[in-house]
Design a protein around this ligand. Sequence first.
Ligand code: HEM
Length: 534
Amino acid sequence: GHTNGNSNPAVRSYEVDRNSTSEETVYTTSNGVPYPHPYEVQRVGDNGPLLLQDFHLVDLLSHFDRERIPERVVHAKGAGAHGVYKTTDPLDDLCMADIFQAGKSCPVSVRFSTVGGESGSHDCARDPRGFSVKFRTEEGNWDVVANNTPVFFLRDPAKFPVFIHTQKRNPATHLTHADDSTAFWEYACHNPESVHQFMVLFGDRGIPKGYRKMHGYIGHTHKLVNKNGDWVYMQLHFKSQQGTDFITQEDSFNYGPDFSTKDLYQSIEKGDFPGWDVMVQTMTAKQAEEIWEKQGINVFDLTHVWPQGQFPLRKVGEFTLNENVKNYFAEIEQIAFNPAHLVPGIEPSADPVLQSRLFSYPDTHRHRIGVNYQQLPVNQPRVPYRMANFQRDGSMAFYNQGARPNYFSSIEPVGLRARSVNLDKVHGKFVGEAVTFLSEIRPEDFNAPRALWEKVFDADAKERWINNISGHMENCTDKEIIRRQITIFREVSEDMASRLEKATGVTGYSGISELTFLGTINGMAKDEELRPAA
Ligand code: HEM
C-alpha cells in the first residue's frame, strides 16, 4: 500500500492513536505546540481589541472558516459503514477478477444516499436511493456506484445535468419540487423515456423504509472477461437479506429527517449487521443481438431492464456491514466512488450514460476533494504489492513516492503485472447500430412500465401511486404539462391514465402520436413532420 517512502522523522507520517490517555494527549496549536488557554483570546487590557499575534485564535478561526468542502452535486445526503464481502459461489468460469475466485474476501465500505436534496435534507424524501460499494480487493479498489432501482430517467448522458436541475431548487424561487413541481413535470413530459423510472419513483419503492431494507442495482450493462479472454454482458444486483420495505407518503411525515442514517447506525451498534447477496445476470453477445431484434430491448439503454425470467440471477457472494465509522467526514464525506474504478475481468460496456460517468466522477472528485483525493486514507487502495506510477505533486501530495524516478527507469524499476484488456474482442457493429437508436421514443419503451402497472402493482399499490402522483402534480402551475404527462402515461396503460385524469381533473391527449418533444425524437409520431427533435 501507500507509504511516504521515508523513515526520517522529519517527513514520516503520523497516525492519531485513538486509545491514547489524557495524560499523553495534549492540547496544541496545529503546529504541535502545547497551548494552555483553549477558550481564551489575547486582547489589549481587559476590554481592548484583539492581537494579531494570537496565533491560537487565528489558527482556530481560519481553519474553521474552511471546514466545508463542496457537497456532492447529487447524492449529497448520505450515510455509510464498513464491512466485509466474501465470495460464496465462484464466478471464475466467466470472470478473471481475483475477488470472484473461490475463497476470496475483502473489506468493503458502503455509502447510501438520497439524490436530489442537500446534505441536510430529509432521509424520507421520495427519491431514488444511491447504493455505493467500494470493494477493497487485492487488485485495487472496485467501486459499484449503484441505485436502488434497476432503471434510470434517461439514456442519453447529455440530458443528465438538465434533468438534475429540474429535480433541484428553482433558480428564481429557490423552492424544491415539493412546493413547485412545474419544472419537474415539464422535463418528464418532454422526455418520455423517463416514464419507467417516474413510475417506480411514485410507487412504493420511492420511499424505502431505511437503507437496510432496499436492493441495489448497477443498472448499466457491464462486461465480464474470463482468463481466456472470452466475455459476456453482466448486470449486478445487491439483494437485501433484510427484505424490502417502504414508507407511504402520509406516513413519511412521521419520520425524523435522519431516519435512515440513524436506523443504519443503530442496527450496527447493537450488532444487528445488515447484509446483501451479490448476484449477477449474464448474457452472451448473441443473446444481446437477439433481445434487441425480437424484444426491442437494447442492453445499452438503462431505461430498460433485462427480464429476470430470461436471464436468471446467479449468486456470487455476500457482504455484511459490521462496523460504524468513527469519523463521518473522513470516512464518508471524503470517500470517492467512481464507476471507472474497475478491476481486471470487469469492464464497462458501450452504454453511453456509463461511458460519461466514467469521466464525470473522478472529475468531480478533483473539484470536491482535490487532485490527490486517492491518497486520503479512506480512498487508498490496500494492495499486497507496492503501488508505483509516475503521478507526482499537486495540492496535498501526502504520499509522493519518495525518491523513485518519476519516469520509466532502470534505476528503480517498476514491475508491470497487469493482464491486458482484449480490445479486439468488442461487440463492434452492434454497438454502433444500437447507440443511434437510443434517443428515439419507441413503442417498446412502454412495455416494462406496462408490466409494472398490470403485473407488479396490486390494487392498493395502484391506489397509492395515483394519490402520490396526483398530489405531487397539484404543485405544477401549468395544466398543459400535466395534460402531456397523462398522455405519456396513456401509452403505458389506459386504466392508469384515466384514473389519473379523474384524480387531477385534467384530460390528456389520445396518445403520444400527437405530440412533439423538446429535444427528443418521437419515433411514434403519426406524422413524419412531428418526428425530428424540436
Ligand atoms: C453521485 C454524476 C448517473 C449513482 C454522482 C456525482 C456525480 C454524478 C457528479 C457526485 C459524486 C461525488 O461527488 O463523489 C452522474 C452523471 C450521470 C449519473 C453525469 C449520468 C450521465 C448515475 C446513475 C447512477 C448513479 C445512472 C446509478 C445507477 C450515483 C450514486 C452517487 C452518485 C450512488 C453517490 C456516490 C456516493 O455515495 O458517494 N453522480 N451520475 N448516477 N451517482 Fe451519479
